[in-house]
Design a protein around this ligand. Structure first.
Ligand code: ATP
Ligand code: MG
Length: 403
């Protein structure tokens, strides 16, 4: 009998053939993960799903969504239409999310119908409703800013009398990228906003020393990990820069990581959780939570052993989690935001790559609109200041602000 050489065609094709036979016999099938939402977070999760050979599908509102443009398998649904949503997730082993904007009642209905939602609707609600989040976290004893949830002018005025102007007002649902944050200067403006929104979460405007974020991941098998603490810089309410490690004390870093682990456990989260923290002179306060991969974790793609996207997938299917160690002393990520003249960062890409040779560029394939998040860049370096300077330079070239 002739022996097959290791390097011959038969050997090359052998593993595929084995896989096909096993699938045909029903013995081997990758978990089928359906992600509701198809923006840049789903696009980068799709990249991670490819490496793990997961059966990954996104639920998109349109063929123009960032993950669909990247070739992710997809089904169309408007998450506000229950029947469409249920049809789109049919057959999933796990249903997960790239955003918050799904009616909580629909998630409860899917769960009641036997769908395996990760995170579960009760945990996801912490990211969907800021009033619920503030109230529950305060009840559980976590440090939150002083707040009031008001639905009438008299209660709003009473809060303003205690805290002074300006106030920060947030509609409980629907905000992102700072779009749900109103700095209110006086009573007239507050009453107008209340009339428009019905209910508002009110907070004093805090004097922030810095803003921090910490990612955790909790697997459905109970395992939990925490990532390094990052410093975030917001411009017009939108996250623009991420610096790792955060330039705060070791004690504050430890406190932030412990808070993140304790909160994700207390609310029964699964998958990646991003905890946003306000750093004030009086200490750390919880700003908000997201139960999904998050802008503040984009640095993990090149900066950590395990990216947040791979970690999220491993966590929601119940696989062992990966190391969260940094692979460089410092990492910085800067978002690429559509410039006012509407120009497309792709036009400046070759120049950016030539200018900052060690930059990692991620463009989301979205149409360029002024102020729209179109991508991000990450640089690894010996210290945070150097990483940030190089990442800023690359982003500036992409946005046409520098040569
Ligand atoms: N009470 C406050 N005092 C001072 N600044 C605040 C306050 N609340 C929010 N901000 C600022 O507005 C930013 C956005 O707020 P928040 O995270 O609540 O909104 P969001 O619309 O959910 O934003 P995103 O989706 O970008 O996280 C914060 O990161 C912070 O810079
Ligand atoms: Mg936020």
């Amino acid at each position: 009998m002739q022996r097959t050489s290791n390097t011959g065609p038969a050997a090359v094709h052998a593993p595929d053939a084995t896989l096909e036979v096993a699938v045909a016999a029903g013995g081997l099938r990758s978990p089928r993960v359906v992600m509701i939402g198809a923006g840049q977070l789903a696009r980068m999760t799709h990249q991670a799903a490819i490496s793990l050979a997961l059966d990954f599908t996104v639920v998109a509102a349109s063929a123009d969504d960032a993950a669909v443009r990247a070739g992710a398998p997809w089904r169309r649904a408007d998450p506000n239409a229950y029947a469409e949503l249920e049809a789109a997730v049919a057959g999933a082993d796990v249903v997960t999310f790239d955003h918050e904007r799904i009616p909580p009642e629909h998630l409860q209905q899917l769960a009641a119908g036997g769908y395996n939602l990760q995170p579960k609707p009760a945990a996801k609600l912490f990211a969907q409703d800021k009033a619920h989040q503030r109230g529950e976290l305060a009840r559980l004893g976590f440090p939150v800013p002083e707040f009031a949830v008001v639905a009438d002018a008299a209660s709003a005025r009473a809060f303003a009398r205690r805290h002074g102007w300006p106030l920060v007002a947030k509609p409980p649902r629907g905000g992102y990228d700072g779009r749900g944050v109103f700095v209110v200067a006086d009573e007239t403006e507050l009453e107008r906003l209340l009339g428009e929104q019905g209910t508002l979460l009110l907070e004093a405007r805090l004097d922030l020393v810095a803003e921090l974020a910490v990612l955790t991941a909790r697997s459905t098998n109970g395992e939990a990990v925490v990532y390094p603490v990052v410093e975030t810089v917001q411009v017009d309410g939108m996250c623009r820069e991420i610096i790792v490690p955060a330039r705060v004390s070791d004690a504050q870093r430890t406190e932030a990581q412990q808070l993140a682990l304790a909160i994700s456990e207390a609310i029964g989260a699964t998958g990646v959780v991003a905890l946003e923290l306000f750093c004030t002179r009086a200490g750390l306060l919880v700003n908000e939570l997201a139960l999904r991969p998050h802008n503040s974790g984009h640095y993990t793609i090149e900066g950590c052993v395990t990216s947040q996207f791979e970690q999220h997938l491993r966590a929601v299917v119940g696989w062992p989690l990966g190391s969260t160690e940094l692979v460089a002393p410092a990492v910085a990520t800067v978002n690429v935001v559509g410039p006012p003249d509407g120009s497309d960062p792709r036009a400046a890409l070759p120049h950016a790559l030539a200018t900052v040779r060690d930059v990692h560029v991620h463009l989301y394939g979205k149409g360029p609109r002024p102020g729209r998040k179109l991508g991000h860049v990450t640089v690894l370096a010996a210290n945070p200041d150097e990483a940030l300077a190089r990442a800023r330079r690359a982003a500036a070239v992409l946005e046409g602000r520098a040569q």
